[in-house]
Ligand binder design. Structure first.
Ligand SMILES: [Zn+2]
Length: 226
């Protein structure tokens, strides 16, 4: 007997149904639907500026008659000294050097106003950027020798004079708090002991007078300026 498609069809349908039932049975159970929970992102936090850990003590130079000396204890440590001070929301080092002592304070001296503080070291120690900023001036002057001025924003600047070198820094380059910007030297048009003349300045940098249009601030003013 010849099988026609008409005879085969019911058997094929039955076989397909059985296969389907067994396939259904062998399928793994469905996983319960879990709703994906998306955690809300935390609000963006303002990035705190990095502040280098500058030395927390500073002393007056022994055996020196320090002009405008801040109050010091019997070990010559400056009383109430803090590593940094904050002006116009800019936190700056009071003494941005590897190691040094104060050989002259801020204020009137020999009939003139000493517009910064002098930090002395026998060795040619590293000088650091007092805070993050941009180099505004990098030049040689007869009075200040190799001189750098850093702009820290918010009308706050720092000046570093008598540097031995500039560490290759040029005007417009950015520096970070604690970055080495030079080496203590005695560069000037006349003979001076090795030291850093350091100024903190505020105001508006002048097109004509440049950093000399700014107002100097005593870096050792204690309590801290806010
Ligand atoms: Zn000085």
């Amino acid at each position: 007997m010849r099988l026609s498609p008409r005879h085969i069809f019911p058997f094929a349908l039955l076989a397909a149904s059985i296969t389907w039932i067994f396939t259904i049975e062998t399928l793994p159970p469905l996983e319960p639907l879990v709703e994906e929970v998306i955690e809300p992102l935390p609000p963006p936090q303002p990035v705190a500026p990095f502040i280098y850990e500058f030395p927390v003590t500073l002393s007056l130079c022994p055996k020196l008659d320090v002009a405008n000396a801040p109050l010091a204890d019997t070990a010559l440590h400056i009383i109430g000294y803090t590593a940094t001070l904050t002006i116009n929301d800019v936190t700056l080092a009071r003494a941005p050097v590897e190691t040094a002592c104060v050989s002259s304070g801020f204020g009137s001296r020999n009939g003139q106003v000493h517009t910064g503080i002098d930090l002395y070291s026998l060795e040619p120690v590293d000088i650091y950027a007092a805070a993050d900023g941009t180099i505004r001036e990098a030049e040689y002057r007869y009075d200040f020798g190799n001189m750098l001025v850093i702009d820290h924003g918010n009308g706050v600047f720092t000046r570093y004079a008598h540097l031995d070198s500039f560490s290759g820094l040029k005007v417009g380059e950015t520096v970070q708090s604690g970055q080495i910007v030079g080496v203590m030297g005695n560069s000037a048009g006349y003979l001076i002991p090795r030291h850093l003349h350091y100024e903190i300045l505020t105001g508006e940098w002048g097109a004509q007078a440049a950093s000399f249009a700014l107002t100097p601030v005593d870096a050792l003013a204690i309590p801290p300026i806010d």
